[in-house]
Design a protein around this ligand. Structure first.
Ligand SMILES: Nc1ncnc2c1ncn2[C@@H]1O[C@H](COP(=O)(O)OP(=O)(O)OP(=O)(O)O)[C@@H](O)[C@H]1O
Ligand SMILES: [Mg+2]
Length: 498
């Protein structure tokens, strides 16, 4: 039942840029293998080759001792190899069931689509992953975490013998993550080999039997997980010692400063009810809560992306209204969306166009100045450590973590007074994470207001001066630095403490 895989000198080049430089290692069948490496190390690319989405430029992949080259993902799936994509690969306008069976439609004996069978099949895998949505729901109606569960359900319906999960838990709640781990254990006991890509080293430590580390398109190490600490893993990934992840906190700004942003009585129907808060110059204000608590929707409302009403909104002491993200950017507030592929980046546009989109007037004098844009991109690549061999590529061709860095560069490019960062470190490697934390601190030191929405409690604790905890659309508590513990945050987020 299990598949044995061996990579033999696998090379991959995109035009002049080589991203895999002859990768060789073997995977033992029936194990859970963590695949680690910095953003852009080549993890997703290697897995896309294994799963038939990309062709190698050189070298071979052996499956059960035989060289195999899959012409497409269908061929790989027939061999039992299924990839769950890091950037979702769902058709938004189709239903969950249609997505699950896309390209594998079940037919009746008359050759018609067998909707009943597909719906039932979908319902079964949805139950397995714990998604409480009907098979007929349109994918566009799902939130990000639900889309992730559909991706996993889709892979289960393909009866994988080798399952590749590319950062599956980046968008999941702790509960959903636990359910996924239980599912992985069950699949392994049924003989499924699992390759698990993640930047969450605590999860890698818990769930994997062995880890493979890549760096700069090369194989670096293959070890039993039990022989490594998280610290060892981080060191192997980045090739150097990592100091503390979080910078020492600056003291919070005094209460005498005029708030940069005041929100009074903001309601986003169905999501958030009568929310009030303020952020001062130099303050890092966190928003904690379970997925579904309404944090993302709250800010989407604030930025004019959702219907909302507000009693009073003031920017730098002036009462105002915000109609759209562009309008907001003009008034000095920008928003990094948690959904970087959907709302954050225009993945079909180039890096340069993405970067300057929110600050176009700066480059139009009156016509666009591509040279200035190019210079701005060079700066951003440098400042945010965006790793790519070629800056003329579409945003879609950047690695996941590097897309995140570009999205961050984009929202900071207009030099906002207030910036809302929704899951700012999703999918970024440990080294880049600590860079982003330093950057957030720097923004605060420059006198800006930084709002951080995060599902990683340690991140909020390590970074914020104050944290607003939301639950079911309402503010449950506002904790200052001295009250910030994981236990406290969880208790308020789940409503076990008032
Ligand atoms: N279609 C493409 N065209 C050009 N370059 C590409 C393309 N696809 C990937 N790359 C480049 O290949 C390199 C490796 O990317 P890959 O997505 O494999 O990294 P990764 O290890 O998965 O990183 P992350 O942790 O950020 O997801 C990156 O520099 C990326 O920009
Ligand atoms: Mg990747």
């Amino acid at each position: 039942m299990s598949l044995a895989i061996r990579f033999n000198g696998v090379v991959k080049a995109f035009g002049p840029v080589t991203v895999l430089n002859g990768v060789s290692f073997a995977l033992s069948p029936g194990r859970v293998v963590g695949l680690l490496g910095e953003n852009g190390a080549g993890k997703s690319t290697l897995m896309k080759i294994l799963a038939g989405y990309e062709q190698p430029t050189g070298g071979v992949v052996e499956v059960d001792g035989r060289p195999r080259q899959f012409a497409g993902s269908r061929e790989a799936e027939e061999a039992g190899i299924v990839l769950i994509h890091q950037e979702f690969n769902l058709a938004e306008d189709l239903t969950i069931a249609q997505n699950i069976f896309l390209g594998h439609e079940r037919k009746t004996r008359l050759g018609l689509l067998d909707d009943a069978t597909m719906r039932a099949g979908a319902a079964q895998v949805l139950a397995q992953v714990g998604l409480k949505r009907g098979p007929d729901t349109l994918v566009r109606e799902l939130i990000v975490a639900e889309k992730q569960l559909v991706e996993i359900a889709k892979a289960l319906a393909r009866h994988a013998r080798l399952l590749i999960m590319d950062e599956p838990t980046a968008t999941l709640t702790p509960g959903e993550t636990e359910a996924l781990f239980a599912l992985m254990t069950q699949l392994r006991s049924e003989g499924v080999t699992i390759i698990y890509i993640s930047h969450k080293l605590d999860e890698v430590e818990r769930t994997t039997d062995e880890v493979v580390v890549m760096r700069d398109g090369r194989f670096v190490a293959h070890k039993p997980t039990a022989q490594l600490t998280r610290h060892d893993m981080a060191k192997l990934m980045v090739g150097r010692e990592i100091a503390d992840l979080y910078p020492a906190k600056d003291s919070p700004p005094g209460s005498e400063a005029v708030p940069l942003l005041e929100v009074e009585g903001l309601t986003v129907p169905g999501w958030a009810e009568d929310i009030s808060f303020e952020v001062r110059p130099g303050e890092i204000l966190g928003f904690a809560g379970l997925v579904g608590a309404g944090r993302t929707e709250l800010f989407e409302g604030l930025l004019g992306l959702r219907p909302h009403r507000v009693r009073r909104l003031a920017l730098q002491g002036r009462t105002t209204q915000v109609r759209s993200p562009r309008d907001a950017a003009d008034q000095g507030i920008t928003y990094l969306s948690e959904d970087r592929k959907g709302k954050g980046l225009h993945v079909d546009l180039g890096m340069r166009q993405n970067l300057t989109l929110m600050a176009l007037q700066r480059y139009a004098r009156p016509w666009l100045a591509p040279a200035a844009e190019r210079a701005a991109l060079r700066d951003a690549v440098q400042r945010f450590g965006i790793r790519t061999g070629n800056t003329e590529i579409r945003a879609a061709s950047l690695s996941g973590g590097n897309q995140q860095k570009l999205a961050l560069a984009k929202v900071l490019h207009p030099e906002p007074k207030v910036v809302v960062l929704d899951e700012p470190t999703r999918g970024v490697d440990v080294g880049a994470k600590s860079d982003i934390y330093l950057l957030v601190q720097q923004l605060a030191r420059e006198g800006r207001g930084v709002l951080v929405v995060s599902s990683e409690l340690v991140e909020l604790i390590g970074l914020c001066h104050r944290v607003v905890v939301m639950r079911a659309g309402r503010i449950q508590a506002v904790l200052d630095a001295s009250q910030l513990t994981e236990e406290n945050l969880i208790a308020h987020a789940t409503g076990t403490r008032h």
